[in-house]
Design a protein around this ligand. Structure first.
Ligand SMILES: Nc1nc2c(ncn2[C@@H]2O[C@H](COP(=O)(O)OP(=O)(O)OP(=O)(O)O)[C@@H](O)[C@H]2O)c(=O)[nH]1
Ligand SMILES: [Mg+2]
Length: 229
């Protein structure tokens, strides 16, 4: 089974080369689609001048203006040809080799939606306590509102059987992707399977963009879709 990876990137010039090389070294049948969201650093240049010649098989798409992570995912979705789709951030917070075990339940037909969990990893590798608490609150909210049993709702690795992600209409443009997709797969009746993942957190100085306002918004998105379509 082919795995399509959607990589939304915004100002990731310091990490893009390394993460792309790591992804392309994963021993799976991989299609990588990178969406540059009008980066203001040299990301676009690196993609055009270096990555496209080193890896001509990678599809590189670009937004003329910044639209957000979820908008970038929507741009890439029609181009995905794999039976499995996941989102791969353009930073180095995740370990792409984790996708081998994270896609296994889908390849074996045992699950349709698999999320990574940093809490099922015994090292619990978190940088900011506030993020840890925020992640817990989001997971509880999902479990209470949607009857799931998850520990790490905002985890970066979310793996889907392709037709499920394609069947979902995504309304939001930015970091609301995670709560929106969690709400909608839950409402479709899918049980989310969680597996441990590695995590190497970066700081805001290193380019982290998600903040506490995104956490509050995520809770609102979860509540909203519980009671409306
Ligand atoms: N396309 C697009 N991607 C973005 C934007 N902002 C951030 N990203 C990308 O989204 C990914 C996650 O951003 P981070 O700042 O690392 O956020 P995080 O705290 O790791 O949060 P998640 O990984 O989303 O749980 C990275 O690949 C970013 O480059 C944006 O405005 N547009
Ligand atoms: Mg990240």
């Amino acid at each position: 089974m082919k795995l399509s990876l959607i990589m939304p990137v915004y100002n990731e010039s310091s990490t893009i080369r390394e993460i792309v090389r790591k992804v392309m070294a994963v021993p799976l049948d991989i299609q990588l689609i990178i969406v540059d969201d009008a980066s203001t650093d040299t990301t676009a240049q690196i993609l055009r001048d270096e990555i496209s010649s080193e890896f001509p098989q990678i599809m590189i798409l670009a937004h003329p203006v910044n639209k957000g992570k979820a908008a970038a995912i929507r741009t890439a979705l029609p181009h995905c040809t794999g039976e499995i789709i996941t989102i791969q951030d353009g930073d180095l917070e995740t370990e792409p080799n984790d996708l081998i075990h994270m896609t296994a339940p889908i390849r074996k037909g045992e699950a349709s939606v698999v999320y990574g969990s940093r809490y099922l990893n015994p090292q619990e590798p978190h940088l900011y306590r506030s993020y840890q608490l925020g992640g817990r609150i989001l997971s509880w909210t999902v479990n209470i509102l949607y009857g799931q049993h998850i520990t790490d709702e905002p985890a970066c690795y979310k793996v889907f059987r392709a037709e499920i992600l394609r069947s979902i209409k995504l309304d939001y443009d930015r970091f609301e992707f995670c709560p929106e997709v969690t709400a909608k797969v839950s409402k479709l009746g899918y049980k989310i399977k969680e597996l441990p993942m590695n995590y190497y957190p970066r700081s805001f100085a290193e380019g982290k963009k998600l903040n506490w306002k995104d956490g509050l918004k995520a809770i609102w998105v979860l509540i909203r879709y519980r009671f409306t379509d």
